[in-house]
Design a protein around this ligand. Sequence first.
Ligand SMILES: [Zn+2]
Length: 423
Amino acid sequence: MASSKGDGEDLSTYRSKKEKNDDSDDDDTTSSGSKRVDASADEPLSSMAAKLATAASVSERGDCDVEDDGAVEKIRKYLAEKLSLFVPDAVDKPPQPKILDELSVDGIVNYIKDGKAKNIITLTGAGISTSAGIPDFRSPSTGLYANLQKYDLPYPQAIFELEFFKRNPEPFYTLARSLFPGAFKPTYSHYFIRMLQKKNLLMRHYTQNIDTLERVAGMEDDIIVEAHGTFHTAHCLSCHKEYTLEWLEEKLKLDDVPSCNECIGIVKPDIVFFGESLPEKFHTCAQVDFKKCDLLIIMGTSLEVQPFASLIDRVNDKCPRLLINREKAGNSDRLVWLLGMQSGLHFDSEDNYRDVFWAGDCDDGCLLLADKLGWGEELRNTVKEEHERIEKEIKMKKEEDLLKTRKGRVSKNENEATGSSKK
Ligand SMILES: [Zn+2]
């Protein structure tokens, strides 16, 4: 699933963006005083790579002094020139645009209050669902994988590999049972995002989660992009017949492995396994949405899985970006920086003019935002009412299931009784 598909795109986007900004001419010097040098292939790539490796290792040891920094900077410029990239001039930087009053949550809040955020995009990961009790199941350290020992997996991630699943779907379904949607309630974060939608401020919600909690929270289908797929629907791997979540749930109660009604093929929920391509909706929406985005809110993700992580670079350079997460993420990549490109989030850079980091749990961050926006009471009431409603539903469902099981037992006993009386 992790692919670096976005990287090539990013490079070309960066260059064309810079070239558009350069409203001057064919001159080697741009209006901002940066220099462009055409690539002359007089240096073998291997030699460049060696220099790059040296530069990277110097900086990764973390012990580089001023002299080392100078060497790294030299090589950075050298590489950028070889690759015909623009080299920003360190002394003569253009002034950064003033987008936020201040680089803080208050700055973001004022920006929203001023009506500047009308096309918000939210990017979310496992962190918005942890308070619902859903563990980050892709991480082998969560303990979920302990139940799978009897299956003798070659490695934990194998259960999310399509070829392995086709041969042996049981481990996946064992894990799926413990994560099955329906028993979990959406969090403050989910309802905060739905609130953005209700107030017509949300353009799209991109999530890496497959727990369907945005749907449970009442968000509309067209606003959600489930980048890594969803449990919401499932398909037969042989004849491609579609199945619903309810069907899958019923099957999981009865069988070990849900099989197709038509052809007895294996049915797989539409979650994206390793090596599978992302849903079409991800690509079509991303292409249109990010150009229009005027505020990016990133929550509960370490921004490590591609191509999802590179979405942060697809907004325009006037779009503020807020990260709510326990720790900083999405920092500019060392190699990309060596190539003289601006990418990633820039919380600690002196050039930062639009990136805000708030450290903590997603729910706390959303409540803080809601309170500052004057929506706190509304959010708390929504969560209370919705949770009560869902709890009632879960209770009713459990009672129904119990009734069904009892009926099943009674009719089984009756059958046995009739059978024995016939003897
Ligand atoms: Zn089938």
